[in-house]
Design a protein around this ligand. Structure first.
Ligand SMILES: [Zn+2]
Length: 288
């Protein structure tokens, strides 16, 4: 037997009350329907808000994505600019090398240096990484090249300092480099330097940086000074009246070395000036 409830409806005023018989099963069905639709509603509401949130999050990601795309594009443009600058730098470097020593090869003269405008898509992270790597390599090579250029310049600078330049004293040329009759014997003999006539006591100065390797008196040259300049260069100053340096003295171009005189085999106050390259006397006029 099934149990039943009696539902009563009693209005306020004197109207007739109503009653209704309801079975248990019917009541449970109603309850089930109410619960089910309730939870369904709840689920729909939750899902809706979740969707809203997701949408918001998605929009935010979209914005971020577009920003990052822009940044990557900018990065790619910057890299491109750096590449161009590297090309300009390597160009300048090459020209500098050429001016110092035309035969010198540029170690950085590799294809990376002429990378230039490589069009990479912003989403192509590998491409960007490759660009960065190749730039790094180019920079390393450029640094190496710059160091070499600096060494070349230093060498060139040292060579310039070691090369005899200018007049060693104030005077006038009375005898040139080459074969001439000896003032003593009349025999034709090689004159291995220049004779510069000047008053006794006139200062004689070094024509290049170097070290004094001889400061002594000899029968022929009289009071003589020899300076070694390196790079195979040596200069000789003979017939001095006075020597102002000692063997081992380091001299710079323009430093006082001696005073003009008439010592040794000489026929008047003058400076006999020689320039030797690897032991062989060369014409000093080329260096005046
Ligand atoms: Zn002479």
């Amino acid at each position: 037997m099934s149990r039943r409830f009696t539902l009563m409806y009693i209005p306020d005023s004197g109207k007739k009350a109503r009653r209704m018989l309801v079975s248990h099963r019917f009541l449970y069905s109603i309850l089930a329907v109410v619960l089910l639709s309730g939870s369904l509603m709840g689920w729909v509401v939750v899902d809706y808000y979740k969707l809203q949130f997701d949408q918001q999050h998605f929009n935010q990601l979209l914005v971020e994505n577009s920003e990052q795309r822009q940044q990557l594009k900018q990065l790619s443009r910057d890299l491109d600019g750096l590449h161009r600058e590297m090309v300009v730098l390597s160009d300048a470097d090459a020209r500098m090398r050429g001016s110092i020593d035309p035969d010198n090869e540029d170690p950085a003269n590799l294809p990376v240096a002429i990378g230039g405008a490589i069009d990479i898509r912003p989403e192509d992270m590998t491409g960007l990484q490759q660009q960065i790597n190749s730039l790094r390599l180019a920079i390393d090579l450029r640094r190496e090249s710059q160091e070499e250029v600096r060494d070349l310049l230093n060498d060139k600078h040292s060579l310039a300092l070691a090369t005899p330049t200018g007049w060693p004293t104030k005077g006038w040329l009375t005898s040139y480099f080459g074969v001439r009759p000896s003032p003593y014997t009349g025999e034709r003999k090689m004159h291995e330097g220049l004779d510069i006539a000047a008053n006794t006591g006139t200062l004689v100065t070094a024509t290049a940086d170097g070290i004094v390797v001889k400061a002594t008196t000899e029968s022929g040259f009289g009071k003589v000074v020899m300076i070694d300049h390196g790079y195979g260069y040596r200069t000789v100053f003979a017939h001095n009246s006075k020597i102002l340096v000692k063997t081992g003295t380091r001299v710079k171009r323009g430093d006082k070395v001696s005073e003009v005189g008439n010592t040794g085999r000489s026929t008047g106050s003058h400076l006999h000036y020689e320039v030797r390259l690897n032991g062989v006397p060369v014409n000093p006029r080329k260096f005046l």
